[in-house]
Design a protein around this ligand. Structure first.
Ligand SMILES: N[C@@H](CCC(=O)N[C@@H](CS)C(=O)NCC(=O)O)C(=O)O
Length: 204
């Protein structure tokens, strides 16, 4: 059994989608980030950096095995189950390429733009606009990739898709000009496991 400590953010939803896709038995612990539950001593014992998501795998060889960082968790769950990761070295490398592309290049810029627009005083709209332009260049690149293949890393659904989906889903307005990216978003959103994973931790 796996304990998942999470919240309704794209880093958390990546992991809940992956857990749903693998069919592993897991139980959810909703960490209220607004109330600061991520800084409670019990949570800091699991992740001293005070961030979700965290998993605790009670069935690992080194048990209980605590793991943080959403992308590392996706790798771990894919290797543990043999799901959403291709067999060949070359195909796997392609998955890592697109996974990191989103998690590092797009994810960090999205985060910075959000902070500049919504979290700093006074807001820095000009700096945020520069980042937004960069984000759109990267979306364009994803759109071109999806013009000639079903999924980000090729013909098979993989952890590269799971990494990327939660951050882009729900941004139809922002993404309306990216035809192939939109097709891919709808395709993933039709997967029952993705729908269930996106509702964690608010299943009600
Ligand atoms: N690179 C980390 C990022 C984790 C992260 O930033 N989590 C945020 C929510 S999306 C968090 O827990 N923030 C709480 C805080 O900053 O106090 C991952 O992919 O897991």
């Amino acid at each position: 059994m796996i304990d998942l400590y999470t919240a309704s953010t794209f880093n958390g939803q990546r992991v809940s989608i992956m857990l749903e896709e693998t069919g592993l038995d897991y139980s959810v612990h909703d960490i209220n980030l607004v109330k600061g539950e991520q800084r409670h001593p019990d949570f800091l014992r699991l992740n001293p950096s005070g961030r979700i998501p965290v998993i605790v795998d009670h069935d690992a060889s080194d048990k209980p095995f605590v793991l943080t960082q959403s992308v590392a968790i996706l790798h771990y769950l894919a290797e543990k189950t043999g799901k959403l990761l291709p067999d060949s070295l070359i195909a796997r490398a392609r998955v890592y390429e697109w996974m990191n592309f989103h998690a590092i290049d797009i994810g960090s810029v999205l985060f910075s733009a959000f902070y500049l627009e919504k979290r700093v005083t006074p807001p820095q709209p000009e700096a945020a606009e520069i980042l937004r332009k960069r984000i759109h260049e990267l979306y364009q690149h994803f759109d071109q990739q999806l013009a000639h293949q079903d999924f980000l890393a090729g013909s098979s659904y993989s952890i590269a898709d799971v990494t990327t989906f939660p951050a882009l889903f729900g941004q139809e307005q922002e993404l309306k000009d990216y035809q192939h990216l939109n097709r891919w978003l709808q395709q993933l959103n039709n997967r029952p496991a993705v729908k269930r994973g996106m509702r964690v931790p608010n299943l009600g």
